[in-house]
Write a protein that binds this ligand. Sequence first.
Ligand SMILES: C[S@@+](CC[C@H](N)C(=O)[O-])C[C@H]1O[C@@H](n2cnc3c(N)ncnc32)[C@H](O)[C@@H]1O
Length: 372
Amino acid sequence: MTDLDIFAVCPPGLEPQLAAECRALGFARGKPEAGGITLTGDWAEVWRANLELRGATRILVRLGSFPAFHLAQLDKRARAFDWSALQPHIPVRVDVTTNQKSKIYHAGAAAERIERALREEHGLPIDPEAPVRIMARIERDLVTISVDTSGESLHKRGHKLHTGKAPIRETLAALMLRACGYMPGEAVVDPMCGSGTFLLEAAEWASDLQPGRDRSFAFEHLATFDADAFAGLRRASSAPGVAPVFYGSDRDQGAVNGAIRNAEASGVAGLCHFSCQPLAALQPPPTPPGLVLLNPPYGERIGADKKGPLYALYGSFGKIMRERFPSWRIGMVTSDPKLAHVTGLELGSGPVIDNGGIKVKLYQALIPPVSR
Ligand SMILES: C[S@@+](CC[C@H](N)C(=O)[O-])C[C@H]1O[C@@H](n2cnc3c(N)ncnc32)[C@H](O)[C@@H]1O
């Protein structure tokens, strides 16, 4: 079988981290493009990418492309296109994006033509709620047809019971851990852990658990799916002997209860220590220095004049890190550079990333060791 053109999507700016993960998991090529990584492989690699990549938002397979300069041509070529990856009678939906440089500029009309071709020529039912989504991109009069093999975004791992306020997306948390140079075995502390996303991602990673083990995927509805072969890719158990070095705290008891339930549902509760305490009570755990990773509140919806308590919170975070966490690495996600600044830490910052509509940055620092 010829290799498929697979595209693992990630937030723009985090392509190097996803490329590193693709390489670590043995995927072929891993060439970064804007907004993701191109991989090659067969359908089993598509299933494995969905099952194993922590940082990918979704996995697309490019089915092919053809030029189309007007809607009648699009209609004709969509009818003649090789749709054999789709199953007759399984409903599909079609999303189209176009750019200004194409003669076909009306995405809705283009989607309608492709849908009609699928329905009339190939007998496929069209349904806006269909489990299978066809994505057509029209750029410079070239129509590229892909199928979304994931379905629901891959940040929905399928085992998070409690989401809390302003959680970081699981996929983003995994890429941020990689950006911070997280290595399984080292301790991770999140003193404002909310639903526990950073800790659960790190604990699962250390345990070699497949992030997609508890969910279903759109590829299960494609003609290319082989349930037995896919079952062979699933691993039921976690790695033995993982150090219980994941420490979460939050001042909100409800959030802590939720994080504990999430850790139980993920099978990593035995590796995590959660406590209800304010930041001011934070002490380093009894481990060698590791990584403190958090997203404190950003006060997105409050004006600068009302951010006083947040400045105080960030200021005291910086002070606690300097005084109590020598030699630890810090990763802090926030949307407001002024809040990062008041920590007083020497922070380097990464690219601007979209977290569910809010533009955030990862700020990093290394706390100097204690001088003797
Ligand atoms: C943006 S949320 C963190 C979300 C978390 N990363 C997740 O994925 O669910 C910020 C958290 O900081 C906590 N928090 C705010 N001020 C705090 C303080 N002074 N001490 C401890 N936790 C605090 C809030 O209760 C909230 O759960």
